[in-house]
Design a protein around this ligand. Structure first.
Ligand SMILES: C[S@@+](CC[C@H](N)C(=O)[O-])C[C@H]1O[C@@H](n2cnc3c(N)ncnc32)[C@H](O)[C@@H]1O
Length: 267
């Protein structure tokens, strides 16, 4: 459980990461074919943090729209309540591994998830995608964006290889498959979604990124978090010099990973 201070720091980081992703993708947020401007829509964001993504969508859709965010972390939700609650965005605590409450089922035109499915270990990605699909109205779209950090190039340096090892251990300790990103398309199809499409964009860090320093800070920010979680899980194998070594290595060698945006609609 995070303290309010840790949650506040995490929220600041998520906003920074969000701005950077938006810069990389030229402002593209929703790739699923859902027309937003001025329309009255119901939108659910799962793993919403403090609700920043919803607040951006709020600025685009019609005033009567219904915007709901779910997250497992009560501290981030509490912070979002203060920042975005007055806009009418509803933020609720919910673990994506559990079935959605009945009042949220068959209700949304768009369900959006980004960089949150690492948390799908307890029930598995297939079940979590079914949980998310249950939120859709007929014709509604599910969009999931994730990076496959396992799929980098073979010329990875020592520090990056060590980082990926830590990430793999953490994800597996959480009960998830470190290659969960590759399960997304079959999971969408297994959940009965149709018109399933996968778009791929490179996520570049360090040398070849649009902003090398910013991208390195964003990438390496996860190290102390991962180390903290691994310690809680009884795995204390992270080397404290990894942060500095990875920063230096990414500045010289860079790293590119595939970023997938998977979308599908309920018939
Ligand atoms: C890396 S942040 C991404 C935040 C936001 N989606 C974005 O793209 O800016 C991951 C979020 O997923 C949430 N999360 C992790 N596991 C979860 C779970 N099992 N159920 C719901 N939310 C979860 C975390 O609390 C965190 O807010």
């Amino acid at each position: 459980m995070q303290t309010p201070e840790q949650a506040a720091a995490e929220v600041v980081f998520m906003a920074r990461q969000h701005r950077y992703i938006q810069k990389e993708l030229g402002g593209l947020l929703i790739l699923a074919p859902v027309e937003l401007p001025g329309r009255t829509l119901s939108i659910l964001d799962v793993g919403c943090g403090d609700g920043l993504v919803l607040s951006e969508l709020h600025a685009q859709v019609g005033a009567e729209s219904n915007l709901v965010g779910l997250d497992i972390n009560p501290a981030a939700l509490a912070q979002g309540e203060t920042t975005y609650g007055k806009k009418g965005i509803k933020l609720l605590q919910h673990d994506m591994n559990d079935p959605l409450p009945e009042n949220l089922q068959n209700s949304f035109d768009l369900v959006h998830v980004r960089y949150s499915l690492y948390g799908a270990g307890r029930s598995g990605v297939e079940q979590v995608i079914k949980n998310l699909a249950s939120a859709l109205k007929p014709g509604g779209w599910l969009q999931v964006q994730e990076i496959d950090v396992q799929a980098g190039h073979s010329d990875h340096g020592e520090a990056l290889t060590e980082y990926i090892g830590l990430f793999t251990t953490l994800i597996e300790k959480m009960g998830n498959d470190a290659k969960f990103v590759l399960k997304l398309k079959p999971a969408f199809e297994g959940a009965g979604l149709i018109d399933v499409k996968v778009s791929q964009y490179d996520a570049k860090f360090g040398k070849d990124a649009i902003d090398a320093d910013e991208s390195i800070e964003i990438f390496t920010h996860s190290i102390p978090l991962m180390v903290g979680y691994l310690k809680q899980l009884g795995v204390a194998k992270a080397d404290s010099s990894l942060h500095e070594r990875l920063k230096a290595e990414l500045a010289v060698k860079g790293a590119t990973f595939p970023r997938y945006v998977v979308m599908g609609r309920k018939a």
